[in-house]
Design a protein around this ligand. Structure first.
Ligand SMILES: [Zn+2]
Length: 336
């Protein structure tokens, strides 16, 4: 069987015609297999959703309990039959609950890795390399210029800034699923044990991470009703980047704007966003991690999706690995 007969791109996303299911569909479908809870991969309105328990929980938290008609839980490693196609989920190391999905039929195995990273992250299970014939990889940071630094060293920049500017409120922008909890956890792992204040948009997901055993320490709401503006002097406040455009952010004392994202490697992006303290902390592979992963898995073929597809396709070809870009649309990761 040709791999394309088992899985191929359609406008709604990757589709398996034999199993009659889509993977991370960008529009409502009958049956969806979902890699992780970021909004571009996990959307509401599918007939049924098969995903890890944590991804299902995260979807219900974000969209409400009626986000789908039917949920089915996939445990890591469990082999599940979907209309004669075997699927199994394995950790992707991207955010809590994130999974790669292996799809098998007649001895052919395709692995959809979703979004993934290889660096240490205590807020989710680490990426597991799965041998396969076709490896589908993201390429969000698929250019040789992208090398992500040590996330702890980046976090220490924030703590050093707090020492240097003890009066200023340090506002840290971080996407609400995954990045926010990882940044809070990194701040704790760097020895900071004072309360961390969080924007209301992060509360439910932070509570959920804690319920799943991810320690985040003393978190308090960054409520603005506080009469004493000095309450947030020298404090760390974590919020979604969108909140920094709101009046909410301007009420803090001499706010110092920081932003945790892989894109902070690009100086221009930090400048445009008015970010004074860029922190290069990413939940995606950088260029060396992408190459190491492909070399480790040694697939027969690589399919590349969302991001800098061409550079990675070219690199694969130079290694003698057939590769193709998928040109899927609708994936603008919220958790970079
Ligand atoms: Zn993602």
């Amino acid at each position: 069987m040709k791999p394309e007969a088992l899985l191929h791109p359609t406008p709604a996303g990757l589709y398996c015609p034999i199993g009659r299911f889509h993977v991370d569909p960008v529009r409502p479908v009958e049956r969806a297999l979902i890699t992780h809870g970021h909004s571009d991969h996990a959307r509401a309105g599918h007939g049924s959703v098969l995903a890890t328990r944590q991804t299902l929980d995260i979807m219900a938290l974000r969209y409400g309990d009626d986000y789908t008609l039917q949920e089915q839980t996939a445990s890591f490693g469990e082999r599940i039959d979907v209309n004669g196609v075997t699927v199994h989920f394995h950790p992707a190391g991207h955010v809590l609950g994130s999974a790669q999905i292996a799809i098998e039929k007649n001895g052919l195995r395709i692995v959809v890795s979703g979004d993934y990273k290889r660096g240490i992250d205590p807020t989710c299970a680490p990426f597991e390399p799965i041998p396969c014939d076709v490896f589908i990889t993201e390429a969000t940071f698929g250019l040789p210029v992208f090398h992500h630094p040590d996330p702890k060293a980046e976090t220490r920049k924030l703590l050093a800034s707090l020492k240097q500017f003890p009066e200023r409120t340090h506002l840290v922008g971080a996407y609400s699923l995954g990045k926010a909890q990882r940044v809070i956890r990194l701040i704790r792992d760097c020895g900071y044990d004072k309360p961390i204040f969080i924007h209301g948009a992060l509360a439910k997901l932070c509570d959920y991470y804690v319920s799943q055993g991810v320690e985040l320490g003393d978190l308090r709401p960054a409520t603005l009703e506080k009469k004493d503006p000095s309450a947030f002097h020298g404090a760390i406040v974590v919020g979604p980047p969108s909140a920094f455009q709101e009046r909410w952010a301007r009420r803090f004392n001499e706010p110092l704007i920081s932003f945790a994202s892989g894109w902070m490697m690009v100086r221009q992006r930090a400048k445009q966003g008015g970010v004074e303290l860029p922190l290069v902390i990413s939940d995606h592979c950088d260029w060396p991690e992408l190459l190491d992963t492909i070399q480790e898995i040694k697939p027969q073929e690589v399919w590349v999706t969302h991001g800098r597809e061409e550079a990675l396709v070219r690199w694969c070809e130079l290694q003698g690995i057939p590769a193709r870009p998928l040109h899927l649309v609708g994936y603008e990761d919220e958790g970079d």
